[in-house]
Design a protein. Structure first.
Length: 201
């Protein structure tokens, strides 16, 4: 019912989530599997940011972990599904959780204070064609005081020709930011490109 999957289906429902005891019995192995999966779905960009490209399996695991840790029962399950199901890519897009990972609190606060609006500056570049990321409008990206959130949720929607280009073996693909205070870009390696290509129909 809840085996590890990497491409389909595209929707997460209550039936995909194991009961607490069943998940507890396999949690160590499942966490190991997901860690290996995520290894090929992560891209570091610049000194602080990482793109974590989501799919069905990563969101399924996120919900399982939230329920396991918080033990909120049925009401929490519905909330978690509502929160994380929309992050599963739907066949013509890539979906990324972007995290600014800065351990030292003072430096983290100072850095995020300079990155307001960065959710509008994420992109994927395929051979000079730049796809602008679309921030999730339901989540707080830049706070009222102009400070960026340390976690951003962004989707990259691909037209058919760029899907074909992305899926071409050896394709040069880059991801990054063109924010005035965080202009960094990184190449997507071939193993990561291959893994992400499975997100497309």
């Amino acid at each position: 019912m809840s085996e590890l999957r990497t491409a389909a289906p595209r929707r997460l429902s209550a039936g995909d989530i194991l009961p607490y005891a069943d998940y507890a019995a396999i949690r160590r192995e499942r966490r190991r599997e997901i860690a290996e999966l995520k290894r090929w779905r992560r891209l570091e960009v610049g000194p602080y940011a990482s793109f974590y490209f989501e799919n069905f399996a990563t969101m399924q695991q996120q919900v399982q972990e939230m329920l396991f840790i918080e033990q909120g029962g049925e009401s929490q399950l519905m909330d978690e599904l509502e929160s994380y199901d929309p992050l599963i890519p739907q066949g013509s897009e890539l979906s990324a959780t972007i995290m600014f990972e800065i351990d030292e609190p003072v430096r983290r606060a100072a850095t995020l204070a300079r990155l307001g609006g960065i959710e509008h500056h994420a992109f994927i570049d395929l051979g000079g064609v730049k796809l602008r990321g679309e921030p999730d409008p339901t989540r707080e990206n830049t706070k009222p005081e102009g400070k960026a959130s340390s976690v951003q949720f962004v989707k990259f929607r691909f037209p058919p020709d760029l899907i074909a280009r992305f899926k071409t073996p050896g394709a040069a693909v880059w991801a990054g930011f063109d924010h005035p205070n965080y202009a960094h870009v990184a190449g997507i390696s071939e193993p990561v490109r291959e893994a992400l290509a499975e997100d497309f129909d």
